[in-house]
Design a protein. Structure first.
Length: 100
């Protein structure tokens, strides 16, 4: 059951691989998250699709868009020390990459 009203129906294109703070249930998932490299990770339902990864590195939160498990060459990286920017961008990327 999705209780986070910010999540679009495109979430159906994603599998939750790691979720530190109840992303599907809590609109404040990032506010309550511990500042670690492992906060939230989604993988696309298609095996060749992307991975969306959120973590905290040094002084900033980062979102990585990864294809083919190539963490050395991400398709996109977005970073900010502002949680609201990271959250907004993450919801945007869920929709942007919904079709793989």
């Amino acid at each position: 059951m999705i209780k986070n009203s910010k999540i679009s129906s495109n979430i159906n294109q994603w599998n939750i691989e790691y979720d530190q703070n109840g992303f599907m249930l809590n609109e404040n998932w990032l506010v309550t998250a511990e500042k670690t490299e492992d906060i939230l990770q989604l993988s696309h339902i298609y095996e060749e699709g992307p991975i969306l990864d959120v973590g905290f590195y040094r002084e900033n939160y980062k979102i990585y868009v990864i294809y083919d498990n190539d963490w050395e060459k991400p398709k996109e990286v977005f970073e900010s020390n502002k949680k609201e920017f990271i959250e907004d961008k993450f919801y945007e990327l869920i929709d942007k990459y919904a079709n793989g």
